[in-house]
Design a binder for this molecule. Structure first.
Ligand code: ASP
Length: 438
């Protein structure tokens, strides 16, 4: 029998009505064996996500302030769901345990993880599936990175015992047993980990949009949906800001070649976007799969005569940056110039010290940091074979009277990344989209 792993995002589980839709989806297909829930998300704009409320409780507890009010809001979210589903089920004992743990200064990750934990308990009970605490099968190393192999072995053993199970998303455990979460949106990663562990035929990721669109609909009017995208393209787009799926959730399923299908809980008939390792013969001749980008970028510009002849120049610059715990995004260079493109946020509180370290390391003629840039990635697997794509991107941006500050092309020739001023960001994306939407 086919095995499907389904992950439902916070908006799909925000209240009892949404939960009922989820149950209908799961119960409609016998292949739906393992389900990964997020914590309840926003029910309407301006509403709070339970995870955010939990983080607030944690912060209040750190300041020895009263958590009762915020914790009551959290409890009521779950109580309303249970009541709306007409269940004979109570989480009151769990609430007590969690509240005591928070008051006893439980760790930040433990507190945040309870959103998924509690929602998982409700969903498991409602579906009649086994509840499996993710802490018992998803592991991290001491340094906080994910322990993929131990997890895979243990989780396969554990899940193979059950035909159906609910495993809460977002967290696992450290070698000493404490709870550790992935970064925000990390339930997507849990879903992919579970899909690998059970050898799923497909990983369905249910959210509130019918898949990926070619561009951000807040920027481009009615962008076309993407039917099929490769893992590699998706990784580029997700990393650059396309927010439908966590960018790290591709790794567990990619090697096992398990396709991911992005689906819409509010429109289950829509086929959504398929994410696959390879696309066969294609009739579609569109060069571009998608466009994504992000603001908040700074560029450190370095100039020095005869830089090209100075052995180790680039390494010393990067070392100075690494020594500040900062990673860089891109590294465009000329003969006597080098730019380091990075997140403005990463420089917070370290600006002067980074500049001083670079000055000391390479004694440049010119050194400065410019803020207020945005990066735009134009991604497409068919770009490798298509001639003139770069020219079309640059011409469309130039025709929109926008200056390009930086250009980079990945070695896979699957993406072209440009840097523009933040104020030109939206116009540049529209110009590129229009050029390729023909
Ligand atoms: N609840 C967590 C968050 O809000 C994880 C997730 O939803 O995937 O980030």
């Amino acid at each position: 029998m086919k095995i499907k792993v389904l992950k439902f995002g916070g908006s799909s589980l925000a209240d009892a009505e949404q939960m009922k839709k989820v149950a209908a989806i799961v119960k409609n297909d016998r292949a739906c064996r393992y389900v990964i829930p997020s914590a309840p998300g926003k029910r309407f704009s301006g509403d709070d996500k339970v995870t955010d409320l939990l983080y607030r409780c944690y912060e209040l507890s750190c300041e020895e302030m009263d958590i009762t009010g915020v914790f009551e809001v959290i409890k009521n979210r779950y109580r309303d769901i249970i009541k709306g589903l007409g269940m004979d089920f109570s989480l009151e004992d769990e609430f007590k345990k969690i509240e005591i743990s928070i008051l006893n200064h439980a760790g930040r990750d433990y507190v945040a993880s309870r959103g998924e934990y509690l929602n998982g308990m409700i969903l498991a009970h409602y579906l009649g599936y086994k509840f499996i605490d993710a802490a018992k099968g998803i592991y991290f190393f001491d340094n906080g990175t994910f322990d993929a192999e131990r997890t895979n072995t243990r989780l396969s053993e554990l899940l193979n015992k059950y035909d159906h199970a609910v495993i809460p998303g977002f967290y696992g455990s450290m070698p000493n047993g404490t709870i550790k979460t992935f970064s925000r949106g990390g339930s997507d990663i849990t879903g992919a980990i579970v899909a690998r562990a059970v050898g799923a035929d497909i990983y369905e990721n249910w959210t509130d949009v019918s898949g990926f669109l070619m561009a951000d609909p807040r920027i481009v009017d009615n962008p076309k949906p993407i039917d099929t995208i490769t893992y590699r393209e998706l990784r580029e787009l997700a990393y650059m800001g396309a927010t439908v799926l966590h960018d790290e959730s591709i790794f567990p399923v990619r090697h096992a070649r398990i396709p991911i299908n992005i689906r819409n809980t509010n429109d289950p008939a829509a086929k959504g976007t398929m994410i696959v390792s390879r696309v066969g013969e294609e009739k579609d001749d569109a060069v571009i799969t998608g466009i994504a980008g992000k603001k908040g970028i700074s560029i450190i510009s370095i100039e020095k005569d005869m830089m090209n002849a100075e052995l180790g120049f680039g390494r010393r610059v990067l070392q100075a940056i690494e020594d500040h715990g900062i990673s860089f995004e891109h590294l465009p260079s000329g003969v006597d110039t080098l730019s380091v493109v990075l997140h403005t946020k990463a420089l917070e509180g370290k600006r002067e010290s980074v500049l001083a370290a670079i000055r000391k390391a390479v004694n440049p003629d010119v050194l400065n940091i410019e803020d207020g840039y945005a990066l735009i990635a134009v991604v497409g697997r068919r770009m490798v074979a298509a001639k003139g794509t770069a020219q079309r991107i640059f011409r469309s941006v130039a025709d929109a009277d926008i200056n390009i500050k930086m250009i980079d092309q990945g070695s896979s020739e699957m993406d072209i990344i440009i840097g523009v001023r933040e104020c030109d960001y939206e116009n540049a994306i529209n110009a590129i989209y229009r050029e390729f939407d023909r």
